[in-house]
Design a protein around this ligand. Structure first.
Ligand code: BTN
Length: 278
């Protein structure tokens, strides 16, 4: 890969110009180093920052993933950003924003690597290996959302040695899959544009309008899986997702179950899936 391009900082002024008149990215706060872009976005949102404000950093010292995990954030190689959203929705609908962001991120990544797919609930994978993750955090007043922080990490030019040993066979980056180094500024522009489009559709028509796009990108439908989460284990075949974003699974006893949270393991690998009965 082109190491010089991979190590250039983001062209933040060009990014700001391209997003100035849009909803997502109308304000972009840029940091060389930050603890976590999600933490900084939460600080800004609490202080009143408007919807669409984006926090981007070249590296994070305390990048966070789901379930208290660390998000590996080497400098100048990848993308770490968080977006402040203020959707007029109930708390129960907020989890759908993770899926909305999943569609947007997968579509953006597909512009470089067409086989990119969504792995419920919040991963983007290439050939079964994770290339991006989404961390959605929320503040609410009673049952209404006050703001949502949508945090997205995308491995763009990371090298295998950037990942700890236990992640090396589970994680990847766009660069090796695309066979060239990734222009991080261009990728960020495309990602923000896709999020703007998908979020606009969500506000106008609800998650039901995005569900077919999500299903079309899902790598789990028809797969035999095991799911662990919230103290429960499930095993069965994935049928799809519900309008509320829950994963619909036909378990080994033939019962339909709705899973709202958990880590999914694909039992039979990513060989061509059998069609599911509808
Ligand atoms: C996951 O897959 O566990 C979610 C990973 C989310 C990582 C991103 S990087 C930008 C933002 N800031 C954080 O601290 N986390 C998210």
């Amino acid at each position: 890969m082109n190491r010089a391009a991979a190590h250039a900082p983001l062209s933040i002024e060009s990014l700001r110009r391209s997003r100035a008149a849009q909803r997502i990215g109308c304000r972009i706060e840029y940091f060389e180093t930050i603890d976590s872009t999600n933490t900084e976005a939460r600080r800004l949102a609490t202080a009143g920052a408007a919807e669409g404000c984006v926090v981007i950093a070249e590296t994070q010292t305390k990048g966070r993933g789901r379930l208290g995990r660390t998000w590996v954030s080497p400098p100048l190689r990848n993308l770490y950003l968080s977006i402040i959203l203020r959707p007029p929705i109930a708390v129960a609908e907020a989890a759908q924003l993770t899926l909305v962001a999943g569609v947007a991120a997968t579509e953006a990544i597909s512009e470089w690597v067409p086989q990119a797919a969504i792995k419920w609930p919040n991963d983007v994978v290439i050939d079964g290996r994770k290339v991006a993750g989404i961390l959605t955090e929320m503040e609410a007043d009673d049952d209404r959302v006050r703001f949502v922080i949508l945090g997205i990490g995308v491995n763009l030019n990371a090298a295998p040695e950037d990942f700890p040993d236990d992640l090396r066979d589970k994680a990847t980056a766009l660069c090796p899959a695309a066979g060239r180094s990734i222009d991080r500024t261009r990728f960020t522009e495309r990602l923000l544009a896709r999020i703007d489009d998908c979020y606009g559709l969500f506000l106008a028509q609800g998650f039901a309008a995005l569900r077919p796009l999500w299903e079309g990108r899902s790598c789990l439908t028809g797969r035999t899986v095991q799911i662990e989460g919230a103290g429960r284990r499930y095993a069965g075949v994935v049928r799809g997702i519900g309008d509320d974003g829950a994963l619909m699974v036909c378990d080994t006893a033939g019962r339909d179950v709705r899973v709202v949270a958990g880590d999914v393991t694909v039992v039979d690998g990513y060989a061509p899936a059998k069609p599911t009965a509808s």
